[in-house]
Design a protein around this ligand. Structure first.
Ligand SMILES: Nc1ncnc2c1ncn2[C@@H]1O[C@H](COP(=O)(O)OP(=O)(O)OP(=O)(O)O)[C@@H](O)[C@H]1O
Ligand SMILES: [Mg+2]
Length: 361
């Protein structure tokens, strides 16, 4: 997958700009607060339909303007694709190859990218919600059924949580099994696909990790143990787990088990990385996991995703930076950094200087 150009209109600090990317390594460089991350954010938005940092789409509109437009032309194994998004105060319109999409799910799978940011490098140090986010963003791009299950699951979960706060307990006990039947259907899809994804990811991540540590350390990534079995079995198990805990959930006023509480097991040399690993170790492991994610995308979609590395080079040591740069040989990579030279290592690159929301030509 390759993004040919990115067009930004009233997006963040951009007024009207086109960024033309090369097919290999692209380096977006410039001083702080010039619009480099904004550019990575725009790509992320076209891939996933959400921003990695804005709570509301409205924040993406250049201050003082009424709307923002982002579009990109990309080239994939099935030919060209054009994605366009217009964001206004009250909503948005998304077009794929000129056709307006009606479901959010339809934005997914048109443009594939894997994102690294300092945020992703904290994948292991941060809480389980970050790891779930990693799984959700990644698997949603690869599987629409997953994304749809996730949206429905969250909707029913919210209703279930409201029900748990209801005063009339008879109503609560009557309705819970009804909600849970529906909830567990989606929960099982989510849990199954996450477990499959992690199982696929694990050996690849271990291999990258071994390379990054010169074989000194052993990384083991695994899904939660309770997720063995097929979707039907999982559904039953999740349903029983909820049924056995009605009282707990009513007391708490929310649903305390299910995929929205799950985590990934990550061990380095047999010890829980979240508890015992040093900062450097967790970063290396996170990097190995992200590099593995790229390979899984290739395996499942048939082509390499675009790699977007926002500001990660400065957080890694030279051998690890080189490793990343080398990987971008046969795939498109977009790197943001403040000093172009330091990130390059003499490799062939397209350098793009960003200054005050403009490409400096
Ligand atoms: N909605 C908006 N309207 C106008 N300007 C905005 C909007 N949102 C963000 N900005 C501005 O965009 C600028 C650039 O942000 P960005 O995060 O892309 O910087 P950067 O080049 O990645 O910098 P750094 O090197 O510090 O990461 C900031 O000055 C910010 O104030
Ligand atoms: Mg930035």
């Amino acid at each position: 997958m390759r993004i040919k150009n990115l067009n930004l209109k009233n997006f963040r600090n951009y007024f009207s700009e086109t960024i033309i990317f090369g097919s290999g390594l692209n380096v977006l460089y410039g001083k702080n607060a010039q619009g480099k991350t904004n550019c990575a954010e725009a790509v992320y938005y076209l891939c996933t339909g959400t921003s990695p940092r804005a709570k509301r789409d409205k924040q993406l509109i250049r201050r003082g303007e009424e709307y923002a437009e982002i579009s990109a032309e990309a080239e994939g194994r099935y030919g060209g694709v054009e994605i366009y998004a217009k964001i206004t105060e009250n909503g948005r319109e998304i077009r794929v190859n000129g056709n307006k999409i009606t479901r959010n799910a339809d934005i997914l799978g048109n443009l594939f990218a894997v994102f690294f940011s300092p945020h992703e490098l904290r994948l292991i140090q941060d809480g389980p919600d970050e790891r779930r986010r990693f799984l959700n963003v990644s698997i949603s791009q690869l599987s629409r059924p997953y994304y749809i299950a996730l949206v429905r699951y969250n909707r029913i979960l919210e209703q279930r949580n409201n029900l748990l706060k209801e005063k009339n307990l008879n109503t609560v006990y009557d309705l819970l099994p009804v909600w849970d039947e529906e909830l567990c259907k989606y929960a099982a899809t989510i849990a199954r696909q996450r477990a499959d994804f992690i199982t696929r990811l694990a050996p690849v991540a271990a291999e990258f990790h071994s390379k990054l540590t010169d074989g000194a350390e052993n990384l083991k990534v695994s899904p939660e143990k309770k997720y063995a079995g097929d979707e039907e079995e999982l559904k039953k198990r999740l349903f029983n787990e909820l049924s056995n805990n009605y009282d707990r959930d009513i007391r708490l006023g929310y649903t305390a088990s299910g995929p929205h509480r799950d985590d990934i097991d990550i061990e380095i040399d047999g010890a829980d990385a979240k508890l015992y690993a040093s900062q450097g170790q967790t970063r290396t492991a996170a990097l190995a996991i992200k590099l593995a994610e790229v390979e899984i995308f290739k395996e499942l979609s048939g082509e390499y995703p675009v790699l977007v590395l926002d500001d990660v080079m400065s957080e890694l040591d030279l051998p690890r930076r080189k490793k990343i740069a080398q990987l971008s040989g046969d795939r498109q990579t977009i790197i943001t950094c403040t000093h172009a030279e330091r990130a390059l290592y003499g490799l062939e690159t397209t350098k793009i200087k960003i200054e005050g929301g403009k490409v400096k030509r």
